[in-house]
Design a binder for this molecule. Structure first.
Ligand SMILES: [Zn+2]
Length: 359
């Protein structure tokens, strides 16, 4: 038993540290083993109206308390440290097992080939002017779409909405993913208050391949968050890639989704340009669109707990770095680089490089 436990912990350490060639991960894990597993697991967790994640968290908490209480009792009775060491061994084995499951069920996707390699590069277009131009286009699209998006919102049923599901499948085809995945139901969780305080929009539960979202998202924010999280479900672990795929999905997903996607891009670009350009981008919004932006700002300010937010994002930064995303949370803004460095045909169809153009 002790040998087995030691083996599990050693295997986890090896899996964490040993380099794995991205091409092998891409071919055998992300494109072969992962997609059928995703379709099965997400179909199953979609049946549950609540988050499977919550069951896992409650069960894990109870198990830790039971093991710790048992060890404390045994140490008192036997007046020796051995039971405490045994309990620590059990916990270490459990952590190692969960880590290995995490890697097998989703986490290896962090080690795949970057999506940018699939597309032809647009010339040198990462200038301040190009970024501002894209932001102004986002403002114009948001203004055009505002009324239609508000007249026909998705009403919280994103995972069943045919326009968004079809747009996601079309996007997967356009970017050259070999397999279609199952879109996930958007679920609230017991961790909802944490999402609220830390300003997290959503996440994927890697041990159930289900989508968990902030309960306070406004209706026009949800289609983009859904498509972003579905990109994670499709094995695109990287944040900038999930934003890229989420945006590509939204622009072809009907008015409500397109509004959501262009709103995201306007927000993202506004957050990254200098004060002058930010003012220009703000002025470019119509009154209706500006009201929506202000509603998001109010939502974020209402419940934010800045200390927790800082701590939460610092933990996530460490988590990303532990999963070999070297620039941590800064990879978020890489979506703008990805958008401007990719060559697009009409209607925002990314132009794939030769090896990926074969179907
Ligand atoms: Zn994400």
């Amino acid at each position: 038993m002790r040998v087995l436990r030691g083996g599990v912990v050693a295997l986890a350490v090896v899996a964490a540290l040993v380099p794995m060639p991205a091409a092998l991960i891409e071919r055998w894990y992300s494109n072969t083993l992962y997609p059928p597993m995703q379709r099965l697991l997400t179909s199953l967790t979609n049946l549950l109206p609540f988050a499977f994640f919550d069951i896992l968290i409650v069960a894990a908490s109870v198990a830790v308390v039971v093991i710790a209480a048992g060890a404390v009792g045994a140490v008192r009775r036997q007046r020796r440290a051995a039971p405490a060491l045994a309990a620590l061994g059990t916990l270490a084995t459990a952590v190692a097992t969960v880590y290995l499951l995490f890697l097998l069920m989703w986490g290896l996707n962090y080690r795949r080939v970057p999506i940018a390699d699939r597309f032809e590069a647009a010339g040198d277009s990462l200038s301040r002017q190009a970024v501002l131009q894209l932001g102004l286009e986002a403002a114009a699209r948001v203004n055009d779409l505002h009324d239609a998006a508000h007249a026909d919102p998705m009403a919280g049923d994103e995972w069943r909405a045919a326009p968004l599901r079809n747009a996601f499948a079309e996007t997967e085809r356009l970017i050259g993913d070999p397999a279609r995945i199952t879109p996930g139901r958007l679920k609230t969780t017991l961790a909802g208050p944490y999402f609220r305080w830390a300003s997290v929009d959503g996440m994927v539960n890697p041990l159930g391949l289900e989508v968990l979202v902030n309960p306070d998202l406004l209706p026009f924010e949800r289609p983009f968050v859904a498509a972003h999280e579905w990109a994670h479900l499709a094995g695109h672990a990287d944040e900038s890639e999930a934003n890229f795929i989420g945006w590509l999905t939204c622009v072809r997903g009907g008015a409500a989704a397109a509004y959501s996607g262009w709103m995201f891009l306007h927000w993202q670009i506004s957050a990254e340009v200098g004060p002058d350009d930010r003012a220009t981008l703000g002025k470019a919004l119509s009154d209706g669109a500006r009201e929506d932006v202000n509603a998001v700002v109010a939502r974020l300010r209402r419940d934010q707990w800045p200390a927790l937010q800082t701590a939460g994002w610092a933990v996530y930064d460490q988590y990303l770095k532990a999963n070999r995303v070297d620039n941590g949370i800064r990879s978020y803004s890489a979506v703008i680089t990805l958008l401007l460095r990719t060559r697009f045909a009409a209607d925002w169809v990314p132009v794939r490089r030769a090896p990926f153009t074969r179907e």
